[in-house]
Design a protein around this ligand. Sequence first.
Ligand SMILES: Nc1nc2c(ncn2[C@@H]2O[C@H](COP(=O)(O)OP(=O)(O)O)[C@@H](O)[C@H]2O)c(=O)[nH]1
Ligand SMILES: [Mg+2]
Length: 214
Amino acid sequence: MDERKESQPLVIKNATFITSASRAEQFITPDKPMIAVCGKSNVGKSSLINMLANRKKLAKTSSEPGRTRLVNYFDFGEFILADLPGYGFARVSKTEKEKWAKTLDAFFKKKEQIAHIFMLVDARHDPTADDRQMLEFLHYHILPFSVVMTKADKLSRMKIKEHKKAIASNLYLGEGNLLATSSETGLGKAELLEKIRQVIEQSQITESDFDEEE
Ligand SMILES: Nc1nc2c(ncn2[C@@H]2O[C@H](COP(=O)(O)OP(=O)(O)O)[C@@H](O)[C@H]2O)c(=O)[nH]1
Ligand SMILES: [Mg+2]
């Protein structure tokens, strides 16, 4: 029954920057599966993207407020990756927070264009109130996501296990929905690529289902 094909690991050869969008009218309509990366500022979104791309400076790292308020799109060959604006900045005005929420809300509303979301949390800490709000947002929009723990290189293997359990329980998720990663050491990179490969495969199945109905 379950005919398993030999699945080739996903190899990223030439990831490139496409464009940035500061508001909904500038969002692109992707022609292949789109995966979005979200999480608070400085959690390691850009670093994770660079790790996946095998490039040091595809996405600009360290918080540069101007650029982190944008949705940055990257072409990864078989999929599009969207780097969403970070949250949890201490020094932003109410107006800016509202603008951020509006942008993200508009982004998530186009849910048929989103194949999967990686929500990043710091492996070292309990999720913040902002993280939990983000998660509520994802639940509310019924979006498929996984939680990616970043900066795991700063923890011992023992602590990673411990924190995974704690973060999962804090977010009311099963531990299987969490993946520990490090952009410094490449920990979890293969698992992330495997998850992406499955997401792409799944979205192709869904697409061909639609084709048949036409
Ligand atoms: N040790 C360690 N530092 C990281 C890791 N990922 C990101 N950082 C550092 O955390 C800071 C913020 O990273 P960045 O990718 O710009 O976060 P973003 O704001 O979410 O895009 C930078 O100084 C990175 O070098 C990681 O896996 N391990
Ligand atoms: Mg960034």
